[in-house]
Design a protein around this ligand. Structure first.
Ligand code: ZN
Length: 226
């Protein structure tokens, strides 16, 4: 919204400049022509200001389509919160949240940027970037209809390979990322300090109760040819 307002302000400045050459008080002569470099610079800045919201809108549409596919065609709407959105979000302490009823998924600021960073270099994804991948899959599982957090996270763990591929990550890197999430981020939750981690289940492992035996599960050893 901030960048849209900046763009509107720039458009108003262009309009004011153009209008000043064709309208003047009745007792004042029209004294000058449009200063073209000024109009060019303002137009360029207005377009640049619009790029960020358009880019975000396109990314949200892409994430919504991927999330809908992960959620077995339950319609998902992904929204990337701005700093202001996050400040006023009732669930601002969670990095993301989703509603199984409405399909609305929210990423808090700056987690959409983190996911974009992951997509720029998935082969050297860090812990936060892998978490952003896991969050997209996790929230999609809520849209799919799951409320229990341990089951939701286990369903996500098994689909992170699929999610990474849908995001355009090559198969081998997607498999490596999904397994790294499972072993480096998910499994350490088995030994929490204090309260048991409500996102973890001992039954979330190959061959155990929560294994859905998906043909493209993160746990399946085969990787495609890409
Ligand atoms: Zn959850």
């Amino acid at each position: 919204m901030f960048w849209v307002l900046i763009s509107l302000l720039l458009c108003w400045m262009i309009y004011r400049e153009l209008r000043s050459t064709v309208a003047a008080p009745i007792d004042m002569p029209l004294s000058r022509n449009v200063w073209k470099p000024y109009i060019f610079v303002l137009s360029a800045l207005a377009l640049l200001s619009l790029w960020q919201p358009i880019h975000t809108w396109l990314f949200q549409r892409r994430l919504s389509a991927i999330s809908t596919e992960l959620a077995d065609s339950h319609i998902a709407h992904v929204h990337c919160n701005t700093v202001i959105d996050t400040l006023f979000d009732q669930n601002s302490t969670n990095i993301g949240h989703a509603s199984p009823k409405t399909g609305q998924i929210t990423f808090q600021y700056p987690w959409c940027n983190t996911l974009l960073a992951y997509l720029r270099h998935p082969q050297r994804a860090d812990r936060e970037e892998l978490t952003s991948l896991g969050m997209l899959t996790h929230e999609s599982m809520h849209v799919r209809g799951e409320y229990n957090e341990a089951r939701t996270e286990c369903e996500a763990v098994q689909r992170n390979f699929r999610a990474a591929k849908l995001l355009g990550v090559p198969d081998r890197t997607a498999k490596s990322n999904a397994l790294e999430y499972y072993y480096s981020i998910y499994m350490p939750r088995a030994h929490p300090t204090g309260e048991p981690d409500r996102y973890f289940s001992e039954e979330c492992a190959p061959g155990k109760e929560l294994d859905e035996r998906l043909s493209d599960s993160t746990w399946v050893p085969q990787v495609g040819n890409r």
